[in-house]
Write a protein that binds this ligand. Structure first.
Ligand SMILES: C=C(O[C@H]1C=C[C@H](C(=O)CCC(=O)O)[C@@H](C(=O)O)[C@@H]1O)C(=O)O
Length: 284
């Protein structure tokens, strides 16, 4: 399967458009929101009520997650295929343009969509995201790590992986969350499947995508980068992204780590809503 050069067109045919699970709620201009690895539409449960009065939320379960399928073929998970299916979803909903919000892995998908079809994206919100790894050697090493983890997910099973994943350093700040919040996150992750997560990692993992660092300067849509101050790794990545993006604001949220919308939902939504209204005011 061949893909376009990502400059406005992908040659892949929409393959999963009718199988993607989509929820639409809210009132206002459309906001397509994309969850992170091990997430789903339920990822937004804490923030949807705060965002719904300001936007029509188009929540999607990416392949291998939530109530969307987990195909066997790895090409299904490639970023270019995800972009093609999401653009077809917008077409089906007769949405010429949307604002786009992606968290972590969903932010990497959002960046691919914005790079492939910038004319479709009125505003880009990236929460704890990255444009991938710049160096081929980094990508190769990450692919090897992700492949090994994917195999382990399938060998050790879902419960093992969910507990392992919650324990990684990147999510250390979540230890401060109420136990009920952590339990709800664990329950959400357990509603996925070991196969779906493993396949997503093999097809859409950080090491499997191309680097989008060189594409950032041509993304002229208003872009909001959100990171948690306690997530030093992604604060640093997003500071570098902000240097390359031409129309960008980087907001660092206090007392939050990687999953800002879970750790500081009110602050997260205030920043998102202000940014969305700013963009609308400029267009009128
Ligand atoms: C562990 C690293 O990378 C992973 C961390 C975050 C991303 C993600 O989507 C996590 C969502 C969540 O569980 O809340 C994930 C991704 O982008 O696919 C990364 O693999 C790291 O140290 O970079």
């Amino acid at each position: 399967m061949s893909f376009g050069d990502n400059r406005g067109e992908a040659h892949a045919a929409p393959r999963y458009l009718h199988e993607l699970y989509v929820e639409q709620v809210g009132h206002g201009p459309p906001l397509l929101i994309l969850h992170g690895f091990t997430g789903s539409t339920a990822e937004w449960d804490e923030v949807a009520p705060l965002l719904m009065p300001h936007a029509t939320l188009l929540k999607v379960d990416l392949l291998g997650h939530g109530r969307s399928p987990a195909p066997v073929e790895l090409d299904a998970y490639r970023m270019e295929q995800a972009v093609t299916d999401l653009l077809a979803l917008l077409d089906r909903n007769r949405l010429e343009q949307v604002a786009l919000l992606g968290y972590s892995m969903g932010g990497r998908v959002a960046l691919h969509l914005a790079a492939a079809a910038p004319e479709r994206v009125t505003a880009l919100i990236l929460a704890s995201a990255s444009p991938g790894l710049a160096e081929a050697q980094e990508r190769a090493a990450r692919r090897a790590n992700d492949e090994a983890l994917a195999d382990r997910i399938e060998q050790q099973g879902l419960a093992w992986f969910v507990d392992y994943w919650a324990s990684i350093q990147l999510f250390a700040s979540q230890a401060q969350l109420p136990s009920a919040t952590r339990a709800a996150l664990r329950a959400r992750r357990l509603r996925g499947t070991a196969h779906g997560y493993a396949q997503s990692l093999r097809g859409m993992g950080t090491g499997h995508q191309r680097s989008l660092w060189q594409e950032l300067p041509r993304l002229t849509m208003p872009t909001l980068l959100i990171t948690g101050m306690l997530d030093q790794k992604f604060v640093a990545i997003n500071e570098q992204m902000a240097e390359a993006l031409p129309n960008v604001e980087h907001v660092r949220i206090a007392e939050a780590g990687h999953t800002v919308h879970l750790e500081q939902p009110q602050a997260f939504c205030e920043v998102v809503v202000r940014f969305l209204h700013q963009g609308r005011n400029k267009n009128h």
